[in-house]
Design a binder for this molecule. Structure first.
Ligand SMILES: *[C@@H]1O[C@H](CO)[C@@H](O)[C@H](O)[C@H]1NC(C)=O
Ligand SMILES: *[C@@H]1O[C@H](CO)[C@@H](O)[C@H](O)[C@H]1NC(C)=O
Ligand SMILES: *[C@@H]1O[C@H](CO)[C@@H](O)[C@H](O)[C@H]1NC(C)=O
Length: 209
C-alpha cells in the first residue's frame, strides 16, 4: 500500500492540482493502475497554454479557461473532451476533471423523487501536503448538468439522516473532507426535487495544497 501511495504522490507532484480517487465501491483501497488515473483537462491551444480553471460543460466535456503565459489576464475558453468511459466531475470550485466511471461513484434516481445515495466509500487520509476533497455533479439523460433540489454528503452509513454537508438547488457540489471524518465512510446523495431522471457522478480526489 505504501508503495502505491508513494507512486500516487509522485504523480501528483508532477501533475499538480488534482489527483486520484482512492476508493472503490467495495470499500477497499483502490489498487492504482493506469486506467484509474483521472484526467485533468489541459489547455490545448499553444498560444494559451496556461491552465486557469475548469468546469464541467457536459458529462463528457470540460470547459477549460486558459491564458497565455507571456500575457496573462485575457482567459480563453477551450473544450476538453473526456475519454471513453469517463465522466466529468467538478471537484473544487475552480477545477473539474474526467474520472473513469469505475473509479467514480455513479448512481441515479430511477425517476423517483426521493433521496438516493451512492455506495459508501472509505476515506483514506491524504499525505500532509494534500487535501482530500470530494465533488458531485448531476446530469440529465442528455448529459447536460441539471440542477437538483439538494446535493448531500452523508458520513457513516447508519441511516442516521444526518447530513452535515449539503447544497441546495445546484448541479454540482464540491467540498473538502474534514479531518474528523477521515475514519468514516462517505456516501454521496441527492434529492432530485422532481421525477425527472437524474444521473449523478461523485468522486474523491487529492488536491495539492
Ligand atoms: C465547446 O463546446 C460548446 C458546447 O459545450 C460549444 O457550444 C462550443 O462551440 C464549443 N467550442 C469549441 C471551440 O469547440
Ligand atoms: C454508525 O454505526 C457504527 C457501528 O455500526 C458506530 O460505530 C458509529 O458510531 C455509528 N455512527 C453514527 C454517526 O451513528
Ligand atoms: C457549480 O456550482 C456553482 C455553485 O456552487 C455554480 O456557480 C456553477 O455555475 C456550477 N457549475 C456549472 C457548470 O453549472
Amino acid at each position: 500500500m505504501f508503495a502505491q501511495l508513494y507512486i500516487i504522490y509522485i504523480f501528483f507532484l508532477v501533475s499538480a492540482v488534482v489527483g486520484i480517487p482512492v476508493v472503490n465501491l467495495q470499500d477497499q483501497i483502490f489498487s492504482i493502475d493506469g486506467s484509474a488515473v483521472p484526467t485533468r483537462p489541459k489547455c490545448t491551444d499553444p498560444n494559451n497554454a496556461k491552465y486557469k480553471s475548469s468546469t464541467c460543460a457536459t458529462r463528457k466535456s470540460v470547459r477549460v479557461s486558459c491564458e497565455s503565459f507571456s500575457q496573462p489576464g485575457t482567459p480563453v475558453d477551450t473544450n476538453f473532451s473526456c475519454g471513453d468511459g469517463d465522466s466529468c466531475v467538478n471537484i473544487t470550485p475552480n477545477d473539474a476533471f474526467c474520472v473513469d466511471d469505475s473509479s467514480a461513484q455513479v448512481w441515479d434516481n430511477k425517476n423517483e423523487n426521493e433521496v438516493v445515495c451512492s455506495a459508501p466509500v472509505s476515506l483514506v487520509p491524504p499525505h500532509v501536503s494534500f487535501q482530500l476533497v470530494a465533488g458531485i455533479t448531476t446530469y440529465s439523460t442528455t448529459g447536460d448538468p441539471i440542477r437538483v433540489a439538494e446535493l448531500q454528503a452523508k458520513y457513516d452509513d447508519n441511516n442516521s439522516n444526518i447530513y452535515t454537508d449539503y447544497k441546495y438547488q445546484e448541479n454540482n457540489y464540491t467540498f473538502p473532507i474534514k479531518q474528523e471524518d477521515f475514519s468514516k465512510k462517505l456516501s454521496f446523495c441527492f434529492y432530485p426535487g422532481s421525477n425527472e431522471e437524474v444521473q449523478a457522478v461523485g468522486s474523491l480526489a487529492y488536491v495539492l495544497m
